[in-house]
Ligand binder design. Structure first.
Ligand code: C5P
Length: 403
């Protein structure tokens, strides 16, 4: 799936050591289907050559407003008019200062001033330069002028110092650009999501878990952020990176057991939508052993189970009506080995929730692909097999319409 298909991106590169990452950034944007037109400042060319960028993008690189290859000598107008977005990465302190003042003394700054499309900057500079009041004034002015800043991040810098001012990684910038283009159907909404498996302890080294990978829940978290929501993710033990972490629109609580997941979910505060995607263990071990249970010949240990709290059921009990609609809007998930439609529909009624999503098996666990059956008060419909992120985006659209 390509998320930037038919998007035209002007990639501006200004002078900073992070410019070496712009080559990778151009590749990633193109892999997502975007066409990339590079514009470089004089200083940028000290770090990476136009030849590199031209070879990667397949497009002529522009470096001067006096370039005669554009017939009417209006590169600054032509480039910005045909773009869906101008992304400058890295954006140096000097470039940000110029842009904040409306200066236009080279091609990149001129086309930014002449633009009629959004402008996004990925700042990159030494931490002292970032923290300097002059740079912070530029940041304030740029934000007032509707410019979007992507980062910077904190961390090790090329100069050997550690602090704020590192450019975001190319993959992070790419994901933020993808998010930028998604429909903001959940703008201002709070979304709570449980994801992944749980782990029920038998003794300090053993436990019972299930085959959930967490991928679907994490994809829903990403799609919700893309749609403009603030997300809280309660994740069982799974090895997945927090989606769109650099957006600042997600918080995450890691839990192990169903009991912990229940406590973290119930105490996470008000939300507009709750997605119960986690595969929560129905039973926990009544008395987990304090020490590792020793093997004793052919004897097998007897385990006694107790029922775990039902997180979705308990959340559904908190639902109140707001403007005639259920609040929060609770969405359950169902994985079944037989009669999915029947069992899922029963589950929706039993839990008292407006929508349940059936995972149409058998390869849902751990796979990047899935196929869903959406059941709500109006009946059921299938969402055909595709990548979990694409399914998540469709689900977010469906749910947004219910709010
Ligand atoms: O109760 P059952 O497992 O059949 O239903 C599945 C749905 O309920 C999923 O949305 C799952 O996240 C949620 N669930 C829960 N707490 C449990 C068991 C299931 O939130 N203890």
């Amino acid at each position: 799936m390509q998320s930037l298909l038919n998007k035209k991106i002007v990639l501006g590169i200004s002078g900073g050591i992070a410019a070496y990452k712009s080559a990778e950034l151009a590749r990633l944007l193109m892999q997502e289907g975007a066409s990339v037109q590079v514009v470089m400042t004089q200083a940028a060319q000290q770090f990476v050559t136009p030849v590199t960028m031209q070879a990667l993008t397949g497009n002529l690189v522009f470096t001067s407003q006096w370039d005669s290859s554009i017939s009417n000598n209006m590169a600054h107008i032509e480039l910005s008019r045909s773009a869906d977005v101008i992304l400058i990465a890295p954006a140096s302190a000097d470039l940000m200062a110029k842009l904040s003042l409306g200066l236009a003394d080279d091609l990149l700054t001129t086309l930014c001033l002449a633009r009629d499309c959004p402008l996004l900057l990925a700042p990159a500079m030494n931490k002292q330069m970032w923290e300097h009041s002059a740079t912070q004034r530029s940041v304030e002015r740029l934000i007032q002028d509707d410019v979007t800043l992507l980062g910077p991040a904190s961390g090790a810098q090329a100069c050997g110092e550690i602090g704020m001012g590192r450019m975001l990684e190319p993959i992070e910038i790419t994901e933020l650009i993808i998010a930028f283009f998604q429909k903001k159907s959940l703008a201002g909404k709070r979304v709570l999501i449980t994801a992944g498996p749980t782990f029920e302890e038998i003794d300090p080294v053993r436990g019972i878990t299930n085959r959930s990978s967490g991928k679907m829940g994490f994809a829903i978290a990403r799609a919700a952020i893309e749609a403009g929501a603030q997300v809280h993710l309660v994740a069982g033990p799974c090895n997945l990176a927090t989606p769109l972490e650099v957006s600042g629109k997600i918080t995450r609580t890691n839990v192990i057991s169903a009991k912990e997941m229940h406590a973290a979910t119930m105490s996470s505060g008000a939300c507009d939508v709750f997605f119960a995607v986690a595969a929560v263990a129905d039973w926990g071990v009544a008395k987990p052993a304090k020490d590792k249970i020793k093997r004793q010949g052919k004897q097998v240990p007897k385990l006694e189970f107790i029922a775990n709290p039902d997180i979705l059921l308990d959340m559904a009990k908190t639902v109140k009506a707001k403007a005639g609609k259920p609040y929060p809007y609770c969405v359950g998930f169902a994985a079944e080995s037989t009669d999915l439609a029947k069992h899922a529909a029963e589950k929706r009624k039993r839990k008292g929730i407006p929508m349940i999503i059936g995972n149409i098996g058998p390869d849902t666990f751990g796979s990047d692909l899935n196929q869903l059956l959406v059941i709500d008060e109006s009946g059921s419909k299938k969402i055909t097999k595709s990548e979990k992120l694409q399914l998540a985006r469709q689900l977010i659209e469906l749910v947004a319409k219910k709010l």
